[in-house]
Write a protein that binds this ligand. Structure first.
Ligand SMILES: Cc1cc2nc3c(=O)[nH]c(=O)nc-3n(C[C@H](O)[C@H](O)[C@H](O)COP(=O)(O)O)c2cc1C
Length: 171
C-alpha cells in the first residue's frame, strides 16, 4: 500500500462504519503519539487527550452526540481538550486531530470527527473548568475496503494568487 503523505491525503475519507476487529494498544499509542508530536502555538502543548475505549463509554458519547451516534460502533474515541487561555487553541486541536487521523489511516484505521452536547459531554468526561472540549474523534477498522472519493471544490475556486479573488494561474 502507498503510505506517502500525498496518497494518504488524497485517499483518506472520514469513516463512520466500523468492523468489530479490535485495535491494539500499540496502534492506539501511535495515534496518540501523532497528536503529542503536533505543533502548537508557542509550543505550549496545552492539550490533553482522553482515550475512550470501553464499549459503555463509547455508547455514552454517542448518546451525547446529536450527529455522531455512529461512535457507539467505533473501537475507540479520543477527546482533545485544550486550554483556551493560550489562544489559537482550536487551531492546535485541529492540527493534533489531523496528525492522529493520518497516522491512523497509515495503519488501516479509519476515523471521523464528531461534535457533542458540550455540557453533557464535559460532565461525563469530568473535564476541569479551565479546559475546552475542542474536538472528538472516533476510530476503528473499516467494515469494508475504502479509498476515498473526495467531494471537494476545484482549486481555482478556493485559491488565489497575490490578492484575494485574483485568479491563480499555476501551470
Ligand atoms: C469540525 C468538524 C466537525 C465535524 N462534526 C461531525 C459530526 O458531528 N458528525 C459526523 O458524522 N461528521 C462530522 N465531521 C466530519 C465531516 O462531515 C467530514 O470531515 C467532511 O464531510 C469531509 O469528509 P470526507 O473527507 O470523507 O470527504 C466533522 C468534521 C469537522 C472538521
Amino acid at each position: 500500500m502507498d503510505t506517502s503523505v500525498t496518497d494518504t491525503i488524497e485517499t483518506r475519507i472520514e469513516l463512520r462504519d466500523y468492523a468489530d476487529d479490535a485495535v491494539d494498544d500499540e496502534t492506539k499509542r501511535a495515534i496518540l503519539e501523532a497528536g503529542r508530536l503536533a505543533p502548537s502555538g508557542k509550543n505550549t502543548q496545552h492539550w490533553r487527550f482522553v482515550l475512550l475505549d470501553r464499549a459503555d463509554d463509547l455508547e455514552a458519547l454517542a448518546e451525547r452526540s446529536p450527529t455522531g451516534g455512529w461512535v457507539a460502533d467505533a473501537d475507540f474515541a479520543i477527546a482533545i481538550c485544550t486550554d483556551p487561555d493560550y489562544g489559537y487553541n482550536e487551531i492546535d486541536a485541529g492540527r493534533a486531530a489531523t496528525q492522529m487521523q493520518l497516522v491512523a489511516w497509515e495503519r488501516d484505521v479509519g476515523s471521523c470527527m464528531f461534535t457533542v452536547d458540550q455540557a453533557r459531554a464535559r460532565e461525563f468526561l469530568e473535564l476541569p473548568d479551565e479546559y475546552d472540549l475542542t474536538a472528538l474523534l472516533g476510530f476503528g477498522y473499516p467494515d469494508r475496503e475504502i479509498r476515498g472519493r473526495k467531494d471537494r471544490k476545484p482549486l481555482a475556486e478556493i485559491a488565489f494568487r497575490g490578492r484575494f479573488g485574483e485568479e491563480i494561474d499555476l501551470e
